[in-house]
Design a protein around this ligand. Structure first.
Ligand SMILES: Cc1ncc(C[n+]2csc(CCOP(=O)(O)OP(=O)(O)O)c2C)c(N)n1
Ligand SMILES: [Mg+2]
Length: 540
């Protein structure tokens, strides 16, 4: 038959939606998809060594490009291997479109588990996706595909799962499908009275502060946050997940609030009488347990979010604005600017600078006592950064990045906190943003969970800088075992091979760092060139 088959139709559809990369692992049950992709030179298939790696690449790619990322996995083990990444996408509201094969339709009647690879895919993915669907008949494709793909970015973003039986993939459609262009609706304007109310609250407050979450990044509202902060001299903190969304070398920047934050952020929040919270969910980490350790007890809150489910979930909002961060902030800025007498604000920049200096003094003292501790390594890296590099990280290593002044958002597992993710995430970021120097900062335990993905960087030529903080352990966990369990340690000590040698085997440049004096020259050298590099730092 001359017309396209189902897999070709899906691939054409994805290309029409601007998809240029698909992350996955191939299998016989996906061959029609593989072949459809092979025929389209504008599409690049990035095969990972493990579906978890494909999922993490997709997460990084979506965060870096602000587009839904597409994954292709096979029925059974292929699908179960991507579950962690999909769960993370659901929790962290990242748009992923996951296509999986399923057993052939002729086997449906024998039950989900009867055939090779057979399992209940939909029941597994339902709780961790916005929608999960299996294609029953080819005639349903036209109504299902577009609606599923758009689910990823409608309302609260997130993953969807589309399961396609292997025999249907190469079935030819009775006639080609034309998908009606169903553009995402434009962000609605914010009601003028709501904007006025927000401005009145902001100008009437004596000590307002701004808390920026990942919603600012997704809406690309960084300029608006900066403009409003500067207009009103607002100290700005970010959530842990959004670290760097407000450039951390800005005079009004407090870094992250709460977990992974700097000690001086909290006092600014504690004495605030108004919090302008933009695109944040007031997570356990940011609030240090949902109480009033970081969030001030009696302050009013203006909460801007696209997702109305977020309003009042953790703290009651004086004013809730359901809107895209960029649209809402722009409207607020315009009204603030039109006020003849903008409230005269004390220059908070000076107070922030002073608090930061105090904090840095303490860090200097710590560094003077260390050879290679987290702080001295990350401070040395910080000194070489231009503010444009994009960092990825995972697990508790993310908390130690408080010593980095990031100029752009750091990309990591957020409040899902999965380890074994930073390396593949870095690849996704690099593929989405080839202009950026991408640096993966990972613990050795986290790295060992995904080290097979070094092959992916080599095969697909993805030049990233991998900085591994080695302590031959799940260090934070080992420390806490020793402290709380009479010095008994179990399951937290690791064998880690020579990573500079491992780097060479994968065609990367390998560096071993054992002395503080090596840090600056090694970082200078490895940041200068866009190469695939592994730096193995042996911590004290
Ligand atoms: C997928 C996953 N498994 C287990 C954990 C629990 N966990 C949190 S931190 C950690 C160890 C991290 O070790 P490493 O990356 O070496 O960092 P270090 O603490 O040594 O700095 C583990 C196992 C997790 N967060 N994610
Ligand atoms: Mg470790």
């Amino acid at each position: 038959m001359a017309g396209p088959n189902l897999a070709e139709t899906v691939v054409d559809y994805l290309i029409a939606q601007n998809v240029r990369h698909i992350f996955g692992v191939l299998a016989h049950t996906l061959f029609p998809f593989g072949d459809a992709i092979a025929k389209r030179p504008e599409l690049r298939f990035i095969n990972a060594q493990h579906e978890g790696g494909a999922g993490n690449m997709a997460l990084g790619y979506a965060r870096a490009t602000k587009q839904p990322a597409v994954c292709l996995v096979s029925a059974g083990g292929g699908a179960t291997n991507i579950v962690t990444a999909v769960a993370q996408a659901y929790k962290e509201a990242v748009p992923l479109f996951v296509i999986s094969s399923d057993i052939g339709t002729a086997s449906f009647a024998k039950g989900h588990w009867a055939s090779w690879h057979g399992m209940e895919h939909i029941r597994l993915f339902q709780p961790i996706t916005k929608q999960s669907a299996r294609l029953g008949r080819i005639e349903e494709l036209g109504s299902v595909l577009d609606s599923l793909f758009r689910q990823t970015t409608r309302g609260r973003q997130g993953p969807v799962f589309f399961c396609i039986p292997e025999d249907l993939q190469e079935t030819h459609l009775p006639e080609p499908i034309t998908f009606a262009p169903s553009a995402n609706p434009a962000a609605p304007a914010v009601d003028a009275r709501t904007v006025t109310a927000a401005v009145d609250l902001l100008l009437g407050a004596s000590a307002p502060v701004l808390l920026a979450g990942t919603g600012v990044d997704w809406a690309q509202a960084q300029d608006e946050v900066k403009e409003l902060a500067e207009l009103l001299s607002l100290p700005v903190a970010s959530s842990y997940t959004a670290k760097g969304v407000f450039p951390e070398n800005h005079p009004l920047a407090l870094g992250c609030l709460g977990n992974g934050g700097r000690v001086y952020a909290r006092p600014f929040f504690q004495k605030a009488d108004l919090v302008l919270a933009v695109g944040t969910s007031f997570s356990e980490g940011t609030t240090l347990g949902f109480g009033h350790k970081t969030m001030p007890e009696n302050a009013r809150i203006i909460h801007i979010d696209t997702d109305p489910e977020q309003f009042g979930r953790i703290y009651p909002a004086e004013l809730a604005i359901q809107a895209d961060a960029k649209t809402a902030l722009r409207a607020i800025i315009d009204v603030v600017k039109s006020k003849p007498a903008k409230a005269a604000r004390p220059d908070n920049g000076r107070a922030v600078a002073q608090a930061k200096q105090e904090w840095l003094k303490g860090i200097d003292e710590t560094i003077s006592k260390q050879n290679l501790g987290y702080v001295s390594v990350l401070r040395a890296l910080n000194e070489q950064l231009t503010g444009k590099e994009i960092l990825t990280t995972s697990g508790m290593t993310g908390d130690t990045l408080r010593n980095i002044d990031s100029g752009v958002p750091i990309i990591h597992a957020g409040e899902f906190r999965a380890i074994g993710t930073a390396l593949a995430t870095a690849y996704g970021v690099k593929i989405g943003r080839p202009d950026a120097r991408v640096i993966c900062v990972t613990g050795d335990g986290s790295f060992m969970m995904e080290q097979q993905e070094l092959a992916t960087a080599r095969y697909h030529n993805i030049p990233v800088l991998v900085l591994i903080l080695r302590n031959n352990a799940y260090g934070g966990m080992k420390r806490d075992q020793e402290k709380n369990y009479g010095g008994r340690v179990i399951g937290t000590e690791l064998f880690i091979p020579d990573l500079a040698k491992l780097a060479e085997l994968y065609g990367a440049k390998g560096y071993s760092v054992t002395k503080k004096e090596q840090l600056a020259p090694v970082f200078k050298e490895t940041l200068a060139k866009d190469e695939f590099v592994i730096v193995d730092v042996k911590l004290d």
